[in-house]
Write a protein that binds this ligand. Structure first.
Ligand code: HEC
Length: 103
């Protein structure tokens, strides 16, 4: 499958499940922008596989204990709700891959 098709699917998932809170770039909506989230998560999980694993897990079972956002983030925006619980495995995979590739 050509990469752009793959990426486009992830973007569709983002639009459907994430864009109400996460803008792509600043200014933020109800959460840090995706570009900043991806940058931050990559500092802790630079490898594609572990990045994807982290994102899939976090969106399903979010908690400040495992989150890598700066402490201020939780004070400003609160903790993310478990959006991933209403998503399929494939959707989670696609959006996590898209996040890794795009930013
Ligand atoms: C209802 C609002 C909301 C939606 C929808 C939402 N998020 Fe979040 N997200 C947040 C907030 C608030 C934070 C910052 C606090 C935190 O990390 O829990 C966050 C943080 C994150 C983080 C950083 C986790 C960390 O702390 O290290 C990732 C990754 C993330 N979101 C991915 C996503 C993805 C992917 C989607 C769509 C599938 C999504 N979010 C949908 C509100 C949301």
């Amino acid at each position: 499958m050509p990469f752009f098709v793959f990426g486009a699917e992830g973007f569709e998932v983002y639009k459907r499940y994430c864009s109400s809170c996460h803008s792509l770039y600043p200014p933020p909506l109800k959460a840090p922008p995706m570009s900043m989230v991806a940058y931050r998560v990559k500092l802790f999980y630079p490898k594609r596989e572990e990045f994807v694993r982290f994102v899939k897990d976090y969106i399903t079972k979010p908690s400040p204990d495992k989150g890598v956002c700066m402490p201020m983030t939780y004070m400003v925006f609160g903790v993310m709700p478990p959006v991933g619980r209403s998503m399929s495995e494939k959707e989670k995979e696609r959006v996590a891959e898209w996040l890794f590739e795009t930013f």
